[in-house]
Design a protein around this ligand. Structure first.
Ligand code: ATP
Length: 225
């Protein structure tokens, strides 16, 4: 059974996140997708980020009515900055303290790491990125204007490994020693967390841009003012 791991700051979770992962779930036949908010995002300016427990709550309520989607607090249970390789290993070993995850865990799951193309182009700054390519197949979701497979091909060739070979028809890079990298042309959804925070700050509506339950939490907790 195949499952996706989708990490993010989720500051907040929005309908862009949900739209693209619903699409990937269907196209790749994934049974489950786990969304794990990052506790202390190593790449983002921490002062602008809502508390981890609020972001977690938004992810939890945002997926609770969706079949096959699960919120995971795995990175909140770990101390220190959140590094994706540690999370991948923990999911694969079923070895962590997340109660939310235990409910949905199944030792038969084959995991794929889902990420937007902007996050993928940033991967060389991640801790032990070479281990990520050994540990798990990746699905890169092409975001916004960075469409087309060529920029990804040049990036992989220059920064990841010259051993990756592109199969254009299958939109997949394969390697003799490393895990494949799949490319998915997700529907273009022009929503970002930055846009949501800006709209909230300017008292503009966010209806339809985030799930209703997420909007309620933003209002109740007075986030992003
Ligand atoms: P911010 O605007 O604060 O930078 P974000 O909307 O990019 O946030 P993150 O939580 O950082 O959200 O994103 C998690 C992942 O989701 C990243 O890999 C990002 O590329 C991807 N992503 C977010 N929104 C979209 C979207 N509208 N289309 C495609 N990918 C997206």
């Amino acid at each position: 059974m195949d499952a996706g791991l989708f990490g993010g700051t989720f500051n907040p979770l929005h309908n862009g996140h949900l739209g693209i992962i619903k699409y990937v779930k269907q196209v790749f036949g994934l049974q489950k997708i786990f969304l794990f908010p990052s506790a202390t995002p190593p790449h983002k300016c921490v002062t602008k980020v809502a508390p981890a427990r609020d972001r977690m709550e938004m992810v939890k309520v945002g997926v609770e009515e969706l079949d096959g989607f699960y919120a995971s607090d795995i990175e909140l249970k770990r101390k220190g900055p959140s590094f994706t390789i540690d999370t991948i290993e923990a999911f694969k070993n079923g070895n962590h303290k997340s109660d939310l995850f235990k409910k949905a865990h199944d030792p038969q799951l084959n995991f794929f790491l889902l990420m937007g193309s902007d996050a993928f182009f940033d991967i060389t700054t991640w801790k032990k990125q070479e281990l990520i390519f050994k540990a798990i197949p990746i699905i890169v979701m092409l975001r916004g204007n960075r469409t087309g497979i060529e920029p990804i091909a040049s990036f992989i060739d220059e920064y990841i490994s010259k051993g990756y070979k592109l199969n254009k028809k299958q939109a997949r890079f394969t390697h003799k020693q490393l895990q494949p990298v799949h490319i998915c042309n997700v529907p273009k959804i022009d929503i970002s967390s930055t846009m949501i925070r800006a709209r909230v700050k300017e008292n503009r509506p966010i209806k339809g841009l985030v799930p209703v339950n997420v909007e309620n939490i933003i209002k109740k907790k007075d986030l992003y003012k």
